[in-house]
Ligand binder design. Structure first.
Ligand SMILES: [Zn+2]
Length: 404
């Protein structure tokens, strides 16, 4: 009797232990494979990747330590804001977003268009049909697609965090895009090495730190996927200047040139726009000979490279809104304002934006050598099991993801 009783008890204990073990496995498996319930899509304008090492912002560094950092990020050329913000938000190159510059020339409409917006879907537009409540604070490319939008002030880091928290707390938003713009503002005015840029970085860091503290207090930090990214870097003006302003070189060679909407006249042949580089648009589709004659003039300028159709196509540029030619300063050169105060971007040298991810499904404490800003959208969509729009050209950063 006693042995039988002991045996029964043993089998009950073993059974209970097996059930507990199964439960642990199930719960553990569910947690490991759980999709993020929240996405914070944070973009800091003009936040150069090496600001992290140089200035060591504590809250951003802590997120990086728990996530995946990409050390060499390929962004969109020219490295100016509007085409880059469009590509970050859509996962597509300028050839597909149709956005070549902050202001670009549209040949079929024969006019300059400022602040162009993409006609293809942004990540917010892809998430909404899957039931996501979406909101954005200052992330202007997302504005048409989100249910809730506010512009808290481009350089106002604390107000931006206030707006994000308000969307999470009061609007039931599960996707929030936001731009922290103070790094770009301080970088342009004072240059990347200035105390003002340090303060901008630390101000964003404090605001993101407060956001993380809110997520933890609400108990949703571990359910939240955070990407922190940027559109481009920032440089001080080089001391060496190109020998001639490209618009002047073309005018001197006999081309009739405009550099603004006000200068665009009936007789104008070529539009030249400043985007850190110079974007050269022929008003009418140029013949091969005409294009070559202009390119030959531009190649005489010391300190620049002249990029033609083949090079621009390889960079994902639009077949006319990114220009027919781009005059790009060689390393160590600027086209104008050499040695001037403040900072610039637009050149290849400013292809060094910050990018990291932290949250469910993302590996921990990993540095990846390379990825592109167009890869951000498909990577986030994979984690929440939403199919990317057909216009997405980026690829999932598989090496950033936990093994399933
Ligand atoms: Zn920018």
């Amino acid at each position: 009797m006693a042995a039988e009783f002991a045996g029964n008890r043993l089998s009950r204990v073993v059974g209970a232990l097996v059930r507990v073990a199964l439960l642990v496995l199930l719960v553990g498996g569910a947690l490991r494979g759980a999709a993020p319930k929240y996405i914070l899509f944070l973009t800091a304008d003009g936040f150069r990747s090496d600001y992290i090492e140089r200035l060591q912002p504590p809250h951003l560094s802590a997120l990086i330590a728990e996530g995946v950092r990409v050390t060499h990020v390929t962004n969109v050329f020219p490295t100016v804001t509007t085409p880059n913000m469009a590509s970050i938000a859509t996962g597509a190159w300028p050839r597909t977003t149709g956005i070549g510059a902050n202001t670009h020339y549209v040949r079929e409409e024969d006019r300059l268009v400022s602040a162009p917006r993409p006609t293809v879907a942004t990540i917010a537009g892809m998430l909404r049909p899957a039931g996501w409540v979406t909101a954005a604070a200052g992330h202007f490319m997302l504005q048409p697609a989100v249910e809730f939008y506010t512009a808290p002030g481009y350089g106002e880091s604390e107000k931006t965090t206030d707006a994000i928290i308000d969307f999470l707390e009061n609007k039931n938003a599960h996707f929030v895009g936001a731009i922290y713009g103070s790094t770009d503002q301080a970088g342009h005015r004072h240059g990347p090495d200035s105390p003002e840029v340090r303060e901008a970085v630390m101000g964003i860091d404090r605001a993101v730190g407060r956001l993380v503290a809110y997520l933890k207090a609400k108990g949703i930090f571990e359910e939240t996927l955070i990407t922190f990214n940027s559109d481009h870097g920032m440089s001080a003006f080089e001391k060496r200047q190109a020998s001639t302003e490209p618009a002047q070189a073309l005018a001197k060679a006999g081309f009739r040139v405009a550099t603004s909407a006000a200068e665009l006249k009936a007789e104008t042949q070529i539009v030249v726009l400043n985007a850190g580089v110079r974007i050269i648009y022929f008003r009418a589709v140029p013949s091969g000979a005409e294009r070559e004659r202009a390119a030959a003039v531009l190649r005489q300028i010391e300190g620049v490279d002249v990029l033609g159709r083949k090079e621009l196509d390889a960079l994902g540029c639009h077949d006319n809104r990114s220009g027919d030619l781009i005059v790009s300063p060689k390393a160590g050169f600027t086209i104008s304002n050499a040695g001037g105060p403040g900072g610039l971007h637009g050149r290849f040298a400013e292809g060094n934006p910050i990018l990291f991810f932290r949250g469910p499904g993302i590996r921990r404490a990993v540095n990846l050598e390379a990825a592109r800003t167009v890869d951000i959208v498909p990577t986030l969509l994979r984690l929440v099991h939403v199919a990317p729009a057909a216009t997405v050209e980026g690829k999932v950063i598989e090496t950033a993801l936990e093994a399933r």
